[in-house]
Design a protein around this ligand. Structure first.
Ligand SMILES: *Cc1c(COP(=O)(O)O)cnc(C)c1O
Length: 394
């Protein structure tokens, strides 16, 4: 059997897969089995934050694997405690962290914290969670219900948990709050929803309003977090202090990890929540190595330089090909080009792959760029050269 046949026979077909077999990666370049090189502008959907085969990450993992990969959370785990401290310090956040294994799981943790807060803190129970249209919060039954896109709420998976509603835009949040609302959950840049950032003033206003009413603000930073937008957290860029922040994608550099961080440290107590794998030696050691690389880049100004360079290139493409792309959107190294329609977006993705540069799609007909934060200027140049070759014929 070919690899494609094997996959189609034995793997549940939940993805529309491309069948290029990648066997090695180096920085932001991926190599296929036949030796072809591809520029990786996707980094595994914002996961390979420090690129492929990053020496600091590889060395940390090798050292850790030879010692302990995993014990249970019934023992203290040194890299877990250190990673929690590191995240709080870099995010300048006075909180504590629970470690999970994915973004959806981190959001589940956030919702559990909010629900218990709403149950125990007020005379009248608060349990409702408001989210936004075009949002994405995960694929579990609860987080899919929290996702503000009707297409995700297929009756095939019903019934869904009660207490979730989504509204169109930040202004609509105010009208929809009631005395049973416990939390509002938002992304600061809607990733899957089209790489759409919200206005800083509007976010700050909402944060203040919710705080006055003791309604929790949950910020889903699964995609925006870990320097993706140019700061440790998008919340740092927006200068807000949410009650709960979730992270995942870029944190482990490819090793599965999720994290929920809150300033309400006393809400969950022993027995309230748990995870077999969450925060084990392997994933938290990975997180420490990733943050070592990225915080150095941030402090030296290298990250700002990289994202400025990438932005200039992307803006040039949008201007030159404005018949294809109506708008350039995003923040930091989370960016997109709005295609004029869905067919154009799809054609761009196909052509880009043919020219060996990997980009992604997102909502609102967006061609999405999520390169590694360690991408070099020459990889950016080469990637955009190929991208232009791909789209000139369209
Ligand atoms: C990817 C993503 C998730 C889901 O993360 P998984 O690791 O796939 O469960 C949740 N929220 C946002 C904003 C995301 O981008």
């Amino acid at each position: 059997m070919t690899l494609e046949e094997l996959d189609k026979k034995y793997v549940l077909q939940t993805y529309n897969r491309n069948y290029t077999n990648f066997v090695k990666g180096e920085g932001s370049t991926l190599f296929a089995e036949n030796g072809d090189d591809y520029i990786d502008f996707a980094s595994g959907i914002a996961v390979n934050s420090v690129g492929h085969n990053n020496p600091t990450l590889v060395k940390a993992l090798q050292e850790q694997v030879e010692k302990i990969i995993h014990i249970s959370n019934l023992q203290v785990i040194e890299p877990q405690a250190k990673l929690a401290e590191k995240i709080c310090t870099l995010a300048n956040y006075d909180g504590a962290i629970f470690f999970a294994n994915s973004g959806a799981e981190a959001n589940e943790g956030a919702i559990k914290i909010a629900r218990k807060y709403g149950e125990t803190k007020f005379e009248k129970k608060r349990y409702k969670v408001i989210t936004l249209e075009h949002s994405f919060h995960g694929r579990t039954i609860t987080t899919v219900k929290a996702t503000g896109q009707e297409s995700f709420h297929s009756p095939n998976f019903s019934p869904y948990p009660a207490g979730f509603s989504y509204v169109d835009g930040l202004d609509a949040v105010y009208e929809n709050l009631d005395d049973e609302t416990v939390a509002v959950m938002i992304e600061l840049v809607q990733g899957e929803g089209g790489v759409q950032p919200f206005e800083k003033e509007a976010i700050q206003k909402l944060a203040q309003y919710l705080k006055e009413r003791e309604v929790l603000l949950i910020v889903d930073e699964v995609q925006t977090g870990i320097y993706r937008t140019g700061a440790m957290l998008a919340s740092n860029m927006y200068e807000i202090e949410p009650d709960i922040i979730t992270m995942a994608k870029g944190l482990g550099g490819g090793v599965p990890i999720g994290a929920v961080m809150t300033k309400h440290k006393d809400v969950l107590v022993a027995g309230d929540h748990g995870s077999t794998f969450g925060g084990n030696y392997l994933s938290t050691r990975a997180g420490l190595a990733v943050l070592e690389v990225l915080s150095d880049m941030y402090e030296s100004g290298k990250l700002t330089e990289t994202l400025a360079y990438f932005t200039v290139k992307l803006k040039e493409i949008q201007k030159k090909y404005s018949h294809l792309f109506t708008q350039e959107v995003g923040l930091g190294l989370m960016r997109g080009l709005r295609a004029k329609d869905n067919d154009t977006m799809k054609a761009v993705l196909t052509k880009a792959m043919e020219k060996r540069v990997i980009v992604l799609s997102a909502g609102r007909n967006t061609v999405r760029f999520l390169p590694s934060l360690t991408i070099t200027a020459s990889e950016i140049d080469e990637g955009f050269k190929r991208f232009e070759e791909a789209i000139t014929s369209l």
